[in-house]
Design a protein around this ligand. Structure first.
Ligand SMILES: [Fe+2]
Length: 265
């Protein structure tokens, strides 16, 4: 049945390896990702599309990006993606579009408009929005001034209260916010990278992040630490009046293990 709202799933920080049995700090990333895919098969109502908000792979190999597409194909949903620090945008551009993974960085549906930006900084863990990305964002926002908008990129554009992670956020966040504030049609900013769930306002703008589908970073920790939480994803419903309803679903039934003594990754 047709519905007025737009239903979106945000999946983040999959960190898939070419070796399907490989683990990141004790978590078999393909296994935990499969748990999320299984949950999405049962998700009702079904989403209209999925956004992968970066760190799709751990090794950024072509083979891994292909396997990711193969796994997601079973959901029969359009999938959009952006790179994270663990990705290689050039390899992604070579491999995608493939199966259900699209290469589009701009989604217009009903009276909503979602803009996907690349905050990958070559050779760095921290993020940066190149002037070409900020120009792209502005061009999109100018093109559809009457549409409600969401901007998505990988790195967090404000402090999340973890000193080690805050050092690895979006380096030119001030520049980003100065531009974004000129466009009142923006309803939310979505990001990944922090392997934590956030739902907070920054400079009056609603910001959301999704948990990782593998390891979870401990909240309010100044040093690197993992948290014993199941993998998950964020569900968003976008209404025609600009309202957003959202919640995080976690695989509570999944008992995974991780390296409790990990000091970094
Ligand atoms: Fe990540």
């Amino acid at each position: 049945m047709a519905h007025d709202s737009i239903r979106v799933v945000q999946i983040s920080d999959i960190h898939l390896f070419a070796d399907k049995h490989a683990a990141l700090l004790g978590v078999k990333t393909e296994e935990s990702f499969q748990v999320i895919i299984d949950m999405l098969h049962k998700q009702s109502p079904r989403p209209d599309f999925i956004i992968l908000s970066g760190d799709l792979t751990q090794d950024f190999s072509e083979a891994t990006y292909r396997r990711l597409a193969e796994k997601l194909r079973t959901l029969s949903l359009p999938i959009y993606c952006i790179p994270g620090n663990h990705d290689d945008p050039k390899v992604m551009a070579r491999v995608y579009p493939l199966d259900t993974i699209l290469a589009d960085k701009h989604i217009v549906k009903n009276n909503w408009h979602i803009i996907l930006l690349d905050s990958h900084k070559p050779g760095a863990v921290e993020g940066y929005l190149h002037p070409s990305q900020l120009d792209f964002m502005q061009a999109c926002l100018k093109q559809y001034p009457e549409h409600h908008a969401i901007v998505v990129f990988h790195h967090q554009p404000f402090s999340v209260g973890c000193a080690w992670l805050d050092n690895l956020g979006l380096k030119n966040a001030d520049e980003f916010w100065a531009i974004l504030m000129q466009y009142p049609q923006v309803r939310a900013v979505l990001f990944g990278h922090v392997h934590q769930e956030h739902n907070k306002k920054h400079l009056g703008m609603q910001c959301y992040s999704a948990p990782s589908t593998c390891i979870q970073f401990k909240k309010h920790s100044d040093n690197f630490a993992l948290e014993k939480l199941p993998p998950g994803y964020r569900w968003l419903e976008l209404f025609s009046n600009g309202a957003i309803q959202t919640q995080v679903f976690r695989a509570d039934h999944y008992v995974g293990t991780f390296d409790v003594n990990a000091k970094g990754y």
